[in-house]
Ligand binder design. Structure first.
Ligand SMILES: [Zn+2]
Length: 166
């Protein structure tokens, strides 16, 4: 049986229900993590952060054990990553360490793509098939983990979305 991921009190699923039809186990885990993410980023029942899924085809997707998140807060993950890279580049041009750190913290605070990735990484429990890495891939996997050795091919395949499986 596969069910849609439901909106919560602090997050709202913006995509059609059939974009994320998943197992009960995955739905509950995602809803738990997204609720915490929504709360940590200052959302509430009057203003909920938007999440947009697109259906996947291969592997865990076939049996509803995976989702692909393409947008958060109305902006695509590829755009969040570009903003992140631009901020990192601006940081690298600042010689003063304290200023550089403050600027990086500012970007960490406002970048919803990065924050969603970190929330999924630190609060969620995802599938780890024997002999395979933890099934969380996205634009930040090489820099943030959990699988920093991700191949160029796989990283490129996840430059515009986050994939998680359970
Ligand atoms: Zn996927």
């Amino acid at each position: 049986m596969r069910i849609p991921v439901r909106s919560g009190r602090t997050f709202r699923v913006d995509s059609p229900a059939d974009h994320a039809l998943v197992t009960l186990d995955l739905a509950r885990e995602l809803e738990r993590v997204l609720e915490k993410f929504g709360m940590d980023t200052g959302n509430n029942d009057r203003f909920r952060v938007g999440i947009f899924f697109k259906p996947g085809i291969f592997g865990h997707h076939k049996v509803g054990r995976a989702v692909d998140i393409y947008a958060v807060g109305g902006l695509g993950l590829d755009k969040w990553k570009r903003l992140w890279d631009e901020a990192r580049h601006r940081c690298s041009c600042i010689p003063n360490l304290a200023e550089r750190r403050a600027m990086l913290e500012h970007e960490q605070e406002r970048n919803m793509g990065w924050r969603l990735y970190k929330a999924l990484q630190t609060c969620g429990e995802w599938s780890k098939p024997i002999g395979y890495p933890i099934q969380l891939f996205g634009p930040w996997t090489r820099s943030e983990g959990p699988w920093k050795q991700i191949s160029n091919f796989l990283l490129k395949a996840h430059r515009d979305h986050i994939h998680v499986a359970k």
